[in-house]
Ligand binder design. Structure first.
Ligand code: ATP
Ligand code: MG
Ligand code: MG
Ligand code: MG
Length: 439
């Protein structure tokens, strides 16, 4: 992408309405624009990041054997009456009527809709196990939408639902989700710690939230500092291996780590004092096992191996896709701007031409730009006529992990500069070497 032809409406001033750094940086970097309280347009740069996060979520869900689909944002109230949640959900649910006076709602979550699909189409235990998911916009009329996309009213969520014959099978699905979520967050350069949590209006007993530690997080958390030492890394996971998934689950959930809702002071004091931590965290996902709660209410049964109808064991599992954009920035920025982890960056590299309209720098930049594209790397080429300082400031603000700087002095010796956004280190290398480093 050439910056001269792109739409990157960066702001000079720090917007006063933004209270936390990720919100300020997203506005300044021209990633989003508020259209109403808690409702945002995703401008081109923000949209690219959102799509990359979505892509990682899709890849990791499908790696775990979960099946993508798409349900609508608008739902009929009828199903929610059947489950008993229409009244229970309260004012967070946006309700309206259509021209026929039918009661409708903008889905805050999809347990009812998916259970209806499954009860109508799955009749035998032989069709199980089944895990379906989608990535779709949700609406919750939050009392206090704030912090930009972190607590929006309209937000993008991945929600997945497992349907199993037995509790044991459903617990395997639970563990599979836990492992796939760990991988998902790690690929985004994030540490998200699974913590014992409370199930809230979804209902159920077994649930973990995934929290990214950050001072601006809205959750209060308590944990053994040793949990921050574990990571999944590059291990090979066989998602069909019940024992392997269970042991990863145990490894990540045995040390004390809880949100304030389930925090237990007496248990916590068993953690050696020098490892006890209390902090703030951002909830970026949650997994639930809730047994037959919805399948009982909605009559979702299959014929079991003994020929008798049996209620499905279910769980639901969510990732806050749009919230993650903010959470990643909270975890990765400095005073100049965002620092994107490679896994989610909107462009792999920025190219800065220090002397636009100079035949040699122009042609070197064009060559690099084309070669990067040929190698499958995306570049944002600042081909505008502007001061070097202003160009650097934009690149630092939007946080691309690498910058290639092309100026007449270096080019005289066949060299360009390759700068890491994270470390600030610059090397003088040939254009070929710079491209090779990025691959
Ligand atoms: P919170 O405690 O922050 O209100 P929640 O527990 O109500 O979140 P879930 O029902 O668990 O949310 O939804 C799954 C995920 O969707 C959450 O873990 C979070 O990352 C994301 N999410 C929930 N509400 C919002 C929101 N208002 N704006 C952006 N993301 C959200
Ligand atoms: Mg909530
Ligand atoms: Mg919550
Ligand atoms: Mg939650």
């Amino acid at each position: 992408m050439r910056l001269s032809r792109y739409f990157l409406p960066v702001l000079k001033e720090t917007p006063s309405e933004a209270q936390i750094v990720s919100h300020r940086l997203m506005l300044r970097a021209g990633m989003i624009k508020q259209s109403a309280a808690g409702i945002y347009s995703w401008l081109p740069l923000g949209y690219r990041v959102l799509k990359r996060i979505e892509q990682i979520v899709h890849e990791e869900q499908q790696r775990a054997g979960h099946i993508p689909m798409l349900m609508p944002t608008l739902q009929s109230a009828d199903l929610w009456r059947e489950s008993g949640r229409y009244d229970a959900y309260g004012p967070e649910m946006l309700r309206f009527t259509d021209r026929q006076d039918r009661e409708m709602l903008y889905g805050p979550t999809n347990e009812e809709l998916i259970t209806d699909i499954v009860r109508s189409n799955v009749a035998s235990y032989k069709d199980l196990p089944l895990t379906l998911y989608h990535i779709q916009w949700k609406f919750r009329d939050e009392m206090r939408p704030r912090f930009g996309v972190m607590r929006g009213r309209e937000f993008l969520m991945k929600d997945g639902y497992n349907f199993d014959l037995t509790r044991a099978d459903a617990m395997h699905a639970y563990n599979r989700h836990l492992v796939s979520y760990l991988r998902t967050y790690e690929r985004m350069g994030l540490q998200a710690i699974p913590m014992r949590a409370d199930s809230g209006p979804i209902g159920g007993d077994d649930t973990h939230e995934f929290l990214v530690l950050a001072d601006t997080g809205e959750s209060e958390v308590f944990y053994d500092s040793n949990v921050t030492e574990i990571s999944l890394g590059q291990r090979d996971i066989d998602y069909d291996d019940v024992g392997q998934c269970a042991s990863v689950m145990e490894e990540f959930t045995t040390l004390y780590a809880r949100t304030d809702e389930t925090h237990d002071e007496a248990e916590f004091t068993k953690v050696p004092e020098d490892r006890r931590r209390s902090a703030r965290g951002i909830e970026v996902g949650q997994i639930f096992y809730f047994g037959t709660k919805y399948s009982d209410a909605l009559g979702a049964r299959v014929q079991g191996p003994d020929g008798k109808p049996t209620a499905l064991h279910m769980g639901s599992h969510g990732i806050g896709v749009s919230r993650l954009v903010g959470a990643i920035i909270e975890a990765s920025h400095d005073d100049k701007g965002i620092i994107w982890p490679e896994g989610v960056t909107p462009f792999h590299v920025g190219i800065v031409n220090l002397k636009q309209n100079d035949a040699s720098t122009d042609s070197a930049c064009e060559g690099i730009y084309k070669e990067l594209a040929a190698q499958g790397l995306t570049a944002l080429y600042d081909d505008r006529k502007d001061r070097a300082g202003a160009k650097f400031a934009i690149m630092d603000l939007i946080g691309l992990p690498w910058r290639i700087t092309v100026g007449p002095r270096g080019l005289a010796n066949g060299l360009v500069e390759l700068t890491s956004r994270r470390t600030g280190e610059t090397e003088e290398v040939t254009p070929q070497a710079a491209i090779a480093r990025l691959k």
